[in-house]
Write a protein that binds this ligand. Sequence first.
Ligand code: AMP
Ligand code: GLY
Length: 431
Amino acid sequence: MKLLVIGSGGREHALVRGLAADPSVTEIHIAPGNPGMATQAICHPEFTALQDPIAVTELAQKIAAELVIIGPEAPLVAGVADSLRNAGFAVFGPSAAAAQLEGSKAFAKEIMQAAAVDTAHAETLLPGVSPKEIETALNHFGPTYVVKDDGLAGGKGVVVTTDRATARCHIEEVLALGNPVLLESFLDGPEVSLFCLVDGETVVPLLPAQDHKRAYDNDAGPNTGGMGAYAPLPWLPDDAVARIVEEVCAPVAAEMVRRGIPYSGLMYAGLAWGEDGPAVIEFNARFGDPETQAVLALLRTPLAGLLNAVATGTLSEHPPLEWEPGAALTVVLAAANYPAAPEIGTPITMPTMPSQQSDTAYILHAGTALNAAGELVSAGGRVLSIVGKGADLAAARENAYALIKEIKLAGSFYRQDIALPAVEGRIQLPS
Ligand code: AMP
Ligand code: GLY
């Protein structure tokens, strides 16, 4: 099978690595890709029109791709999957209409309400709202305020604060951009990311994972795209994944079918595990980054065949998934000044000994590029994603952290505590 993957980040490198290990795959193209993928795929660094449905469709035609896998959300929301399907391609990724589950938080709320899925209470404020109306809305929330930009912000448009003035300030900022604001009740409890493959009403969950969204150790600092993740979650009740499928993902998938906008692709449920079980924080219409790097590290089932089953509407006939025992985690190496204004163009020195990379510790590229001199340099905020695997999370941590220490990137930083609260048994379920 000849594949085209769209994207260039750590998530896409994890996908390419998994796809390359599937014996049914003959050739992988990735557009634009990054230098870390060059041994596993043919990169198209000149292709930057990721959100242009016609340009992506022409590329798929040129390559004669048998399956196109779309990594990031922006092309999905822009209708790239629709254009490819109209041209006859098998596509992994939802239609523009279905991708609104991520693209519009207000749409996601409407679907959840119709499907009776537990989520935060929310109120929308539209540009033009008066200061008095803002105060009235704030009175309905607290002591912890959750203020969201109702547009695509890659997890960065959210402010969670106990300070009312900070909440008001973010509301005004978002309104000034001309975007609606979503005020939400605060959902208590540890966060879970559950990725489900969805093909109409068929829902197949992957392993549950947890992201670390704040920039610094002990969840200090600003929200980021994600600084590290681990899977599975030893603290989660045994029936949790089945409950999330039954109470969240399956009802949402059924509601989308009922509305004539069936979902096909990856449904990412971002949840808080509260007193009554799962409550939805957000949906995404694609694999999460960096959770994918940890989850796919443990998948034994050939990945291309699995994604192709979703793309061709045959997921219900696919055999059950197989997983490696043990645990995996990924630690993100971030550029200086991430997430505010990451420094790019800085040379990266990788470990020289090939033995330092193995099946239990390896490096995935995210924001990297080659400069004019052919040297590997940083090209984004999240530069590399280091994966460690082991019999348990503690062993996986040792493997990942031993490897990340060998990488040199001036000014870079990473969190030291990925999966540590889980290893130390410090994650409390509300009761
Ligand atoms: P989002 O962009 O909706 O994924 O939000 C980013 C992060 O903000 C989430 O991963 C949570 O950590 C936090 N967050 C968002 N909404 C809520 C909420 N209603 N209650 C608690 N935390 C939230
Ligand atoms: N890990 C968060 C996201 O992919 O949105």
